[in-house]
Write a protein that binds this ligand. Structure first.
Ligand SMILES: NC(=O)c1ccc[n+]([C@@H]2O[C@H](COP(=O)([O-])OP(=O)(O)OC[C@H]3O[C@@H](n4cnc5c(N)ncnc54)[C@H](O)[C@@H]3O)[C@@H](O)[C@H]2O)c1
Ligand SMILES: [Zn+2]
Length: 353
């Protein structure tokens, strides 16, 4: 049933967030035997990698999906286009997909974003299930109902809030994931822990390997934050920690998203020490941990000047003033902290080699 809440005089309809299935594919197998799925016809969206590495495990474990159609889309960001969405809609129509049809997104954040977008539009909305296969998607992209494609040269510019009915967390998929992709997800996990849970944060920095229990814990936290603020108007913004700086570094230096966010978190922690009294030792220990995994970027003040407009384009900047998420302490984030260009230059130069 729809619920509503009010923010700045605007009323937003609130759709129910889907459930997170922490028991992996075996739990999905049990779910899809339930009465509510009796008439479902499934279409699985894969990319070349998940077709090869993940589809056999999915259909080998979940009987209801053995007869499913599947559609292969281009790998990575390439699939998040209106042309690819139209091709999937075409395939669904030609296959006679109706309102009982269900899309299963088997892939990373890109496939989940595209598949959610396709599901939201087809016959005014059909059900979709996210089966994330990258670490980043398991703990972030596949949870929270944001769907998107890239349009007009702008990433995620067209999309909806359209939650999947289920997100299935199955860490077994990570066995074939390249190291670089694991690192991306690991850095986003640390980000979520930094703003929400100091104990988990300490554990993530201390552990050598990424444990299934931690993946599920971070997924739980994301689900909790999203439930409290499904439309990204208030508390959900804490998940943007490190992203104002991270996005600019990602665009300017072409490092992968998670890595850029990891570096952006260093800048945000530095400003947190200066502006909100975060303990300096927390900043220092984060730097030590990060620099074991990531080489600091190489740039000069001139580069920072070119990155500044990128940060101002960010949706968190209003009336020419940057607003960032900073930390008073681990697990105690503050949103919309005003940061001057002078402070940004100072923090960004601290990051460079
Ligand atoms: N909707 C949201 O809330 C949200 C949040 C964060 C990010 N995103 C989006 O997510 C996307 C990034 O997601 P991502 O980091 O998962 O990248 P991705 O989806 O591009 O996947 C990364 C790579 O890993 C491959 N891959 C996936 N699973 C594999 C497996 N198990 N074994 C081997 N290879 C595998 C993919 O084919 C791809 O080459 C971006 O488009 C971003 O905008 C969305
Ligand atoms: Zn991110």
């Amino acid at each position: 049933m729809a619920q509503y809440f009010r923010k700045n005089g605007v009323i937003y309809g609130m759709t129910k967030q889907g459930k997170i299935v922490y028991g992996g594919l075996r739990a999905l197998e049990r779910e899809l035997r339930k009465e509510e799925w009796r008439d479902a016809r499934y279409t699985i969206i894969v990319d070349e990698n998940t077709f090869q590495h993940c589809l056999p495990l999915l259909i080998g474990t979940v009987e209801a999906l053995q007869e499913a159609e599947f559609v292969e889309v281009p790998v990575g960001e390439e699939c998040k286009s209106i042309e690819v969405a139209a091709q999937v809609w075409q395939t669904l129509m030609e296959g006679g997909a109706d309102r009982q049809s269900v899309i299963v997104n088997l892939g990373g954040g890109a496939v989940c974003d595209l598949g959610g977008f396709v599901a939201a539009g087809y016959k005014r909305g059909i059900r979709h299930i996210n089966v994330p296969t990258t670490l980043l998607a398991m703990v972030d992209a596949a949870i929270g109902g944001k769907t998107a494609i890239d349009f007009g040269g702008v990433k995620n510019s067209i999309g909806h809030f359209y939650p999947s009915v289920m997100t299935v967390v199955e860490p077994a998929f990570l066995e074939t994931l390249p190291q670089q992709e694991l690192l991306n997800g690991q850095l986003e996990m640390v980000k979520t822990a930094a703003v929400c849970d100091s104990t988990l944060y300490g554990r993530l920095l201390a552990e050598r390997d990424i444990r299934s229990a931690d993946i599920k814990e971070v997924a739980r936290i994301k689900a909790r934050v999203v439930k409290a603020d499904p439309y990204d108007c208030s508390i959900r913004k804490i998940l943007n920690f490190g992203h104002t700086f991270g996005h600019a570094i990602e665009v300017y230096t072409s490092v992968p998203h998670g890595v850029a966010v990891g570096i952006g978190m260093q800048a945000a922690m530095y400003l947190s020490v200066k502006k909100l009294g975060l303990a300096e030792e927390l900043y220092n220990s984060y730097c030590r941990w990060l620099h074991n995994l990531v080489t600091p970027p190489h740039y000069t003040l001139k580069d920072v000047e070119q990155m500044l407009p990128l940060m101002h384009q960010d949706k968190k900047s209003t009336a020419g003033v940057l607003r960032c998420v900073l930390l008073q302490d681990l697990g105690a984030a503050v949103i919309d902290v005003e940061v001057s260009d002078h402070e940004v230059r100072d923090a960004m130069l601290k990051l460079a080699r």
